[in-house]
Design a protein around this ligand. Structure first.
Ligand code: HEM
Length: 194
């Protein structure tokens, strides 16, 4: 149980952002929009922890990076928990929005959600054994699809003056995370984990 606390953290952070959206929005539509925005934002550090866990332990082996790499499954499930709350908020925001979304605009996020679900459902030793090499393929593809959706979602906020700062900061973080992963690939194989 001690290692599973990132899952509880993800759920609490997601629900906390949902409540913050409710407390801040001037109308019901705005409340759900803010809840969607902040649940996605709060999930980003959890995602980065999962995305970088194996790379950080290669680049900087230390007790903290070993613990992060050892518990990366739970960080990933914590991200899935927070993004489940984002899902609830986005469904409500989309339903209430006066500007309907096209089906096409839902495809990239929908694909990312399909990966989040599959990755969460296969985050067990039993699933790893059953899927063999396909487990690694699924999780490698999924983590990069989620990275791409985050990066595009933030990059497209850069042209808007109101969201430029958050767009720039988060896009820079996403690109830095990619650079760290690429740098880690050049290093020695990851040390064995407890
Ligand atoms: C079909 C699926 C999805 C829909 C309909 C959707 C909808 C929304 C909505 C309504 C917002 C609030 C927009 C605002 O700022 O007013 C939002 C924000 C956001 N969503 Fe989602 N979302 C989806 C999936 C995803 C996924 C899978 C990710 C990441 C992997 C993601 C990342 C984001 C980000 C980064 C923001 C902006 C947060 C910020 O401003 O800091 N979304 N989304």
């Amino acid at each position: 149980m001690a290692r599973k606390w990132p899952v509880i953290l993800g759920l609490l952070v997601g629900l906390g952002m949902l409540l913050t959206g409710f407390a801040s929005g001037a109308s019901v539509v705005e409340q759900w929009q803010l809840a969607a925005r902040w649940t996605a934002r709060a999930g980003f550090p959890l995602f980065l922890a999962t995305y970088l866990a194996s790379s950080l332990v290669r680049i900087s082996p230390a007790p903290w990076s070993r613990a992060l790499a050892r518990d990366r499954r739970w960080w990933g499930l914590g991200f899935a928990a927070s993004h489940t709350v984002h899902f609830i908020a986005l469904v409500m925001a989309t339903r209430l929005s006066p500007e309907p979304r096209t089906i096409v605009s839902l495809i990239p996020g929908g694909v990312a959600y399909a990966f989040i679900l599959l990755m969460a459902l296969t985050s067990s030793n039993t699933a790893m054994r059953a899927l063999g090499r396909n487990w690694k393929r699924l999780h490698a593809a999924g983590i990069h699809v989620i990275w791409l959706i985050y990066t595009l979602a933030y990059a497209k906020r850069i042209p808007e003056p109101a969201s430029r700062t958050i767009g720039l900061i988060m896009t820079a973080l996403a690109l830095t995370a990619l650079a760290i992963r690429l740098a880690a690939r050049r290093k020695q194989p990851r040390p064995a984990l407890a």
